[in-house]
Write a protein that binds this ligand. Structure first.
Ligand code: SF4
Length: 284
């Protein structure tokens, strides 16, 4: 059986940067280091950080002192000011691409546009984006949601960094039909685009795709959708142990891709397990 790993699978620039910041902060054992909520959407990598002494906290109330790391997804600015007011050392691991989207929302608000965010409601990145508009932004998930928006002369559109470009085009088209002026900031990040493209190209050529990543990871969920649309039977797993031998029955080629917060060692474990199952079934 041939096992092919998609181009640009796994860690992106923003996640690598966040992990490096945390690892560096954890070297100083003079004070505890906390992450606020999961630093990235990958439970196994979070467990590895805990072994380095990094403590996860659900809220600032769980932290009595030391340093707090703001995740790559960004946070509500009031959380950052509150952390500083409580005397905590703040380590900002917000991905620069997310910070750029924050800045665009501020610009749109200052210039009087009604802000629309294309994103997953409740996702931390989207919550952080909405907070930049004082929670006045309308959050939509698809073009069909645009009909329900109140009439406005000027709309400004910003996108969660991990959305699909074709959905952005559909939403922008629907918004353009409902206002006099539309300003669009395409804030889908380049790492997302290239990972989605790599997954789609591979999924078009194999009957089976395995997508590796946290179940709560928006970009991993999107990769699964893309692989299914490209025609491959697709399974989303978090760990190698979830691969079932029966998935591989009669399959000559299998593709593997992974979300932005999936480390290389997890991808390799999945590849190793696929190889082991294939070798065992060939020998039986
Ligand atoms: S997916 Fe893009 S925006 Fe999100 S952390 Fe990675 S590089 Fe940054």
């Amino acid at each position: 059986m041939e096992i092919i790993v998609a181009q640009n699978a796994g860690f992106c620039f923003g996640v690598k940067r966040a992990l490096e910041l945390v690892a560096r902060a954890a070297e100083n054992k003079a004070r505890p280091v906390h992450t606020l909520g999961p630093l990235i959407h990958n439970p196994q990598e979070i467990a590895r950080l805990e072994q380095l002494g990094v403590r996860p906290a659900e809220s600032l109330d769980d932290i009595t002192g030391g340093a707090v790391v703001l995740s790559a997804h960004g946070v509500d600015p009031s959380v950052e000011s509150e952390a500083r007011a409580r005397g905590l050392e703040v380590i900002d691991a917000t991905c620069p691409f997310v910070s750029r989207a924050h800045q665009h929302i501020k610009t749109l608000c200052d210039e009087g546009y009604a802000v629309v965010i294309l994103g997953d409601p409740g996702h931390r990145e989207v919550e952080g984006l909405a907070a930049r508009s004082d929670r006045q932004a309308h959050i939509v998930t698809a073009a069909r949601d645009v009909e329900a928006l109140p009439a406005r002369k000027r709309f400004g559109l910003v996108v969660q960094t991990t959305q699909r470009p074709e959905v952005l085009r559909e939403v922008a088209g629907a918004l353009a039909a409902r206002c006099d002026e539309l300003r669009v900031f395409n804030t889908i990040c380049e790492a997302t685009v290239s990972r989605q493209e790599g997954a789609r190209r591979l999924a078009e050529t194999v009957p089976l795709m395995i997508v590796v990543g946290g179940r709560n990871s928006a970009n991993t969920t999107r990769l699964k959708e893309i692989c299914e649309r490209a025609g491959a039977h697709t399974h989303h797993i978090e760990t190698a142990e979830e691969v079932k031998p029966q998935w591989l029955a009669g399959v000559a080629r299998v593709g593997v891709t992974a979300g932005a917060s999936t480390p290389e060692w997890m991808i390799q474990r999945v590849v190793d397990r696929l190889r082991k199952i294939a070798d065992e079934s060939a020998g039986s």
